[in-house]
Design a protein around this ligand. Structure first.
Ligand code: GLN
Length: 502
């Protein structure tokens, strides 16, 4: 792909130095080459068969508007015209396959578009292809996909992170300009940090969940992956807002500032109050390289006069336990719909419905999903463990209220995205607990329903593989504009910090 951000790409499309068809063709060629290579990246599972056609239609619209002298007018109505993007395999694109990285949905075709897809298409963007993920978005490395792992484009011995590893790797490898992922507990920020790009988790409700396959419904959100905060802002600007098909959706108050994002000035940064949770600084197992990158971001903020305090939030120590109790309970309930009758795969030995359910689910779900369904149902069963669910909910309520209180005095919570950078393939795949701990610094955001961006802030030393390290700016509910403006100020001074934009 010839351009690395939306602004330059749109400029080139308008000037005619590139066409949308060329951008799509480049990505398809790279995909084909990658598929045939010895160690495939496996970011895309497939390219949509109609992407090239849609790109040609966009080029035609551009050419006609140019001839009529109405090009600027066209782009004010369709600001992403001709811009291709990657889609996680749990977001519905009408007429296209959708598997959630699972065998149980093999052969399933989405009957309608997710609202986020409708809105992006209305703005002229082109859905390019379906990207890999951990099965049903459960995981932190994309190794739990039934369709092979997605590797890290910076170094293919390492994982891409998860569960949105596919779209993150696609964007990082310049195979798409931006990507749609989903977050339940960190699945956009984590792969963004591992792959050296920006990843935004939006406030619960800002992006409609209509047409997005549910994992933990009280936590699930669509998230965005891109090379710059400005790109994220541009795409968010056309997608954000209430949707009659999703009762939990809500408007983003200052979304008019997204289309043309102004980075915070030094003066604006000097007025910010930043909180660093003490609990995260004291985390056992935090790699010293991550601490070094974190110090660097902290120093950047304080050198500009931001006020930085270390705050004591003991409840955060319980966030990962609360998250896994709630997420797995909701997952057990949500995944009961995959029964062999309504969606995708069916295994029927002619021995009746009970046997059909059992066989379909036994063959269709992978081991990690089964583990979670079993744990989730156990936690929900009053006889054994109903108290655990209530405890999880109580902790969540406390996290929510303490974060709300914190944001009365602070603008931003600053912390690493993950205690460690990308790890080697196979390193944690057999140790679920270790894998779950990758989410140590991300789940409080989902539980509190707030927003957070992971920024590519630096790299580990050579001894640790020179892999990208992500740092988070988390903000109060509906403060997307604030975190994006701060992230853009970082980007302006540290362009391509995660990976070089060659
Ligand atoms: N890694 C976490 C989990 O496995 C988060 C996943 C997500 O955000 N979808 O549940």
């Amino acid at each position: 792909m010839a351009f690395f951000n939306i602004k330059d790409t749109v400029k080139a499309l308008k000037e005619g130095t590139v066409t949308s068809a060329q951008l799509v063709k480049d990505s398809i060629d790279t995909f084909e080459k990658d598929k045939a290579s010895a160690i495939p990246l496996n970011a895309f599972l497939e390219m949509y068969s109609d992407a090239a056609e849609k790109a040609e239609a966009a080029d035609k619209e551009i050419a006609e508007a140019k001839a009529a002298g109405t090009l600027d007018d066209l782009y004010s109505k369709k600001p992403l015209l001709g811009v291709p993007f990657a889609v996680k395999d749990n977001i519905s694109v009408k007429g296209q396959r959708l598997t959630c990285g699972s065998k149980i949905l093999e052969g399933y075709v989405a009957p309608y578009n997710a609202t986020v897809i409708n809105r992006l298409e209305a703005s002229g963007a082109i859905p390019l292809g379906r990207c890999n993920q951990d099965e049903f978005a459960m995981g932190s490395s994309t190794e739990y996909s039934s369709y092979g792992p997605t590797r890290n484009p910076i170094n293919r011995d390492f994982v891409s992170g998860g569960s949105s590893g596919g779209p993150a790797a696609a964007v990082s490898a310049n195979q798409a300009l931006f990507g749609l992922g989903t977050e339940t507990g960190g699945s956009v920020r984590l792969p963004a940090s591992y792959c050296g790009i920006y990843g935004l988790k939006t406030t619960y409700g800002v992006l409609s969940r209509w047409g997005v396959v549910a994992y933990g419904s009280s936590l699930d959100q669509v998230g965005l992956l891109a090379h710059t905060p400005d790109d994220i802002a541009k795409t968010l600007s056309v997608m954000a807002g209430t949707d009659m098909y999703d009762d939990t959706s809500a408007d983003l108050p200052d979304s008019d500032q997204l289309a043309d994002l102004a980075a915070f000035t030094d003066e604006e940064i000097s007025k910010l109050k930043i909180a660093i949770p003490k609990q995260f600084l004291e985390t056992e197992g935090m790699l010293s390289d991550v601490s070094a990158v974190f110090e660097n971001v902290k120093n950047w903020l304080s050198s500009k006069g931001a006020k930085i305090d270390v705050v004591d939030l003991p409840i955060l120590d319980a966030s990962i336990a609360s998250y896994y109790v709630i997420a797995l309970s909701e997952a057990a309930s949500n995944l009961s719909r995959f029964d062999g009758i309504r969606y995708g795969r069916r295994v029927d030995n002619g021995q009746g419905y009970d046997e059909l359910y059992v066989q379909t689910r036994s063959e269709g779900f992978g081991p990690e999903v089964k583990r979670r369904i079993v744990i989730g149902n156990y936690v929900l069963s009053e006889q054994f463990s109903g108290d655990t669910y209530k405890k999880g909910m109580t902790v969540r309520a406390k996290i929510q209220s303490e974060m709300a209180k914190l944001f009365e005095s602070y603008d931003i919570v600053l912390c690493p995205t993950c205690p460690t950078p990308a790890f080697k393939l196979g390193q944690k795949v057999d140790s679920p607990l270790e894998m779950y701990l990758s989410d140590l610094f991300t789940t409080f955001v989902n539980l509190a329903r707030i927003t957070s961006i992971s920024i590519p802030a630096g790299k580990t030393t050579e001894a640790n593989g020179s892999m990208p390290v992500g740092i988070q700016f988390a903000g109060a509910m509906f403060s997307e504009v604030k975190v994006l403006k701060l992230a853009q100020a970082w980007e302006n001074e540290h362009p391509g910090c995660g990976i070089p934009l060659k």
